[in-house]
Design a protein around this ligand. Structure first.
Ligand SMILES: [Zn+2]
Length: 164
């Protein structure tokens, strides 16, 4: 679907609505964290100071007037043991049938009127090649409501604007 939309942030008209918006790193990945010898930021894994552990995943939100989900590319903080387990299962066939691991959202998403840092949820692996999916367990949060009820294309465009 090629749609154009005007972006107040740039003052330009953009082509195409982005159905995936990604946050590059956990909020805790600061310049200070990055220089620590036991810190590492990879595509799908992040460790800070050898003691905080993060996995990359997606929050999927149904779009009620489109044929596909909207995806927030996010980071989730998990326990060391769960981090090591998911890493060990990285290329294991059937990993999508493993139990989900508990975690907390480790990024602030624009468009929710406040911080989304620390919202609890469950991270579920998918088939090898796909990043895991994070489902919020704090049902009252606006992001959890969107995940449950879906959003419209107008909201997808609002989120794109908020991310510029
Ligand atoms: Zn823009």
């Amino acid at each position: 679907m090629e749609e154009t939309w005007f972006c107040e942030a740039c003052g330009e008209t953009h082509d195409g609505v982005p159905f995936t918006l990604k946050i590059r790193c956990p909020s805790s990945w600061t310049d200070g964290a990055a220089v620590h010898p036991e810190s590492e930021l990879l595509d799908a894994h992040c460790v800070i100071g050898g003691e905080r552990f993060f996995l990359h995943g997606f929050v999927l939100i149904p779009v009620t007037d489109a044929e596909r989900d909207f995806e927030w590319g996010i980071w989730v903080e998990v326990d060391e043991k769960d981090f090591l387990l998911r890493c060990a299962r990285w290329s294991a066939r059937g990993r999508e049938r493993d139990a989900p691991v508990p975690g907390r959202l480790a990024v602030t998403l624009p468009g929710y009127g406040g911080s989304t840092l620390g919202i609890p949820g469950l991270l579920q692996d998918r088939e090898v090649g796909l990043r895991p999916v994070f489902t919020l367990t704090d049902a009252g949060h606006p992001l959890a409501r969107e995940q449950r009820l879906g959003i419209t294309m107008a909201r997808v465009i609002d989120l794109a604007r908020a991310s510029h």
